[in-house]
Design a protein around this ligand. Structure first.
Ligand code: ARG
Length: 593
């Protein structure tokens, strides 16, 4: 059963009606949470706008509307006060609020809306490159992408996550060149080989990870080596049997390791497609672009002009083929659009990458539209994220100054958290290890997601793992505390009745109830802005309100059983919402910590 009306919608409708009754347009009645919580709980600023249209003092309009509200018998508002120059300050009635919360408690989605017309969305995130270890730069795409996926799904959309592997191009040629130099006798290099390819890969993942940077560095110093790598890349792209079989081994070994890393992050993908998946689509796509006269030769390269008159800065043309005929990163992304259109026909494609790729996506999107690669109505969205910096404000590096592996980062935060969890003598060692991992993941993800995606942030381990402040562990700690109250209550319960949420008795209780009531709105905003940060901000505020309610209310020792059951019902609802919140962010809570 869905909620008949969300809380904020209920409030807005009443004020809209009041505007109408007072002789003004309904549309001025929009209610928003107050930005002066010391004065009131909600406000409506519509009188200010109405004043222009009706040529009347805003305060006069606000007074008339306030009088209508105050005169209403069954009003949601305990009081409505007109305040100069024309604000309406609103405070809600405890009875109405508790009624709304009771309905939310009965709803399995705690009142959050679900799309009636689900959209099919391809979410392109992760984006790791084969044969290169995952590094800290891959953290954000994975963590933000996974959370957006969960938020969209929760709102009823159909989401297909595609990892879009970097698995084609020169980097593969480099690895093949080095493998060949080290192990020239492998059957993959024997063009006359007719047998079956070996089951086992000729390298481990650690060897592979050493091979790529080695080859890459060497190619920069040694022109002959570079030439060889280019040639192997070319031969691989022509699907020479042996090289293709070796390439498959590289992908196999590398993706196995990626899966392990993503599993540790509780991140998963429906599709493990890559740049290689769409190579056959490039030639026909390019041909069509040429036929339509959209792709033209310029200095030997094939380009599509994507500049628009209104551009404030120059948007360079989209390069489709280099002068040597090779396809580029851009070309592959365009062919991937063609592929997705054909196989999935999504309503929208969302990309989550480093914000330094913004220009790339501007070009890709414009080119795709110009060449009609997808219907006009299909959305294309790029979410660009900032860099993870160290405490010195520079990109996070190892102590030696190298690229920080994602695995190292996770190990570090796991270890720091374990040390903390071990200080609780009630928790046995094996449980401590499990719990530490769980809480560390919350620390890592929340530390990332609580920062607006587009901004850089500082990876501050001590801050992230703290049980206090705006952190993942603090949220989990609050959930654990609420769970423990609920458990204790259940153990000592005399009747089987489910409690009813009652009108608030204290300011702290009312604040908590108002926060609970705004959950559907928080989800709605997170969905429309594709912003996990919204969910973080909401559950942090909710956790704070839970804790101040807990500190000011003696729940378990309350003698009035009806009152006690009412408070328990409120805590249960708040806790369910916190649980949903962390699920949307992509982590879970332990039993104790
Ligand atoms: N592999 C790319 C990189 O490491 C990221 C891929 C992002 N997705 C995309 N469709 N271009 O930069």
């Amino acid at each position: 059963m869905a909620l008949e009306k969300e809380w904020l919608q209920l409030l807005t409708e009443e004020v809209e009606e009041a505007f109408q009754t007072a002789g003004y347009d309904r549309e001025y009645g929009r209610v928003v949470p107050s930005n002066r919580p010391d004065l009131c709980e909600y406000q409506c600023n519509g009188a200010m706008a109405a004043a222009k249209k009706y040529r009347k003092a805003p305060i006069a309009i606000a007074q008339e509307v306030a009088a209508v509200i105050e005169g209403r018998k069954d009003s949601c508002f305990g009081n409505a006060i007109a305040q100069a120059p024309g604000f309406l300050n609103l405070t809600v009635r405890e009875e109405k609020l508790s009624e709304c919360l009771r309905e939310m408690a009965e709803d399995e989605r705690c009142g959050a809306a679900k799309s009636k017309t689900p959209k099919k969305i391809v979410l392109d995130y992760g984006g790791p490159n084969v044969a290169k270890p995952l590094h800290v730069g891959h953290l954000r795409s994975a963590v933000i992408g996974e959370s957006i996926k969960r938020i969209l799904r929760y709102c009823g959309e159909e989401v297909i996550g595609d990892i879009h592997l970097g698995d084609w191009g020169l980097q593969m040629g480099l690895v093949i060149t080095e493998v060949r130099r080290r192990m020239p006798d492998l059957p993959y290099f024997d063009e006359a080989f007719e047998g079956t390819w070996p089951e086992e890969a000729p390298f481990t993942v650690s060897e592979l990870e050493e091979i790529y940077p080695f080859a890459s560095a060497r190619s920069k110093e040694d022109p002959e080596y570079y030439r060889e790598a280019m040639e192997y890349t070319h031969r691989l792209q022509n699907r020479e049997k042996g090289l293709f079989a070796l390439w498959q081994k590289i992908v196999e070994v590398s993706t196995k390791d990626m899966r392990r890393n993503y599993e540790r992050l509780h991140v998963s993908f429906e599709l493990w497609n890559g740049e290689s998946t769409v190579q056959d689509r490039i030639a026909p796509m390019v041909q069509e672009m040429k036929d339509k006269g959209l792709a033209v030769m310029s200095d030997g390269a094939l380009i599509v002009d994507v500049a628009e008159e209104s551009d404030a800065r120059t948007i360079p043309p989209c390069m489709i083929l280099k002068s040597d005929g090779a396809a580029l990163y851009t070309t592959t992304d365009l062919a991937t659009i063609v592929d997705r259109e054909e196989k999935i026909a999504p309503d929208e494609i969302i990309y989550v990458t480093d914000k330094r790729q913004e220009l790339h996506f501007t070009q890709v999107f414009r080119c795709a539209r110009k060449c009609g690669l997808l219907p006009e109505s299909t959305g294309l969205t790029h979410i660009g994220f900032g860099t993870v910096n160290g405490r010195n404000g520079l990109a996070l590096k190892t102590r030696e100054g190298g690229v920080m592996r994602l695995e190292t980062l996770i190990d570090d935060i796991d270890a720091a958290m374990l040390e903390k969890i071990r200080t609780n003598p009630e928790i046995p060692e094996d449980e401590a290890v499990q719990t530490a991992r769980q809480v560390a993941l919350a620390a890592l993800k929340y530390g990332d997601l609580s920062n607006q995606a587009s901004k850089d942030y500082i990876f501050d381990l001590d801050k992230f793992i703290s049980f206090e402040g705006d952190t993942g562990p603090y949220i989990l700690y609050t959930i654990v505390r609420m769970q423990s109250i609920l458990r204790k209550y259940e153990d000592g319960k005399k009747t089987g009745d489910e409690g009813r949420i009652l009108p608030a008795k204290s300011a702290e209780e009312k604040r908590l109830m108002l926060m609970v009531a705004s959950f559907p709105e928080a989800v709605r905003q997170a969905r429309s802005e594709l912003s996990p940060t919204r969910i973080c901000a909401y559950i942090y505020a909710l956790a704070n309100d839970c804790n101040s309610f807990y500190h000011t209310t003696k729940i378990l020792s309350e003698e009035d059983e009806t009152q006690k059951a009412g408070w328990i019902a409120l805590i249960r609802l708040a806790n369910r919402i916190l649980g949903t919140g962390i699920e949307l962010l992509g982590f879970t809570a332990p039993e104790r910590m």
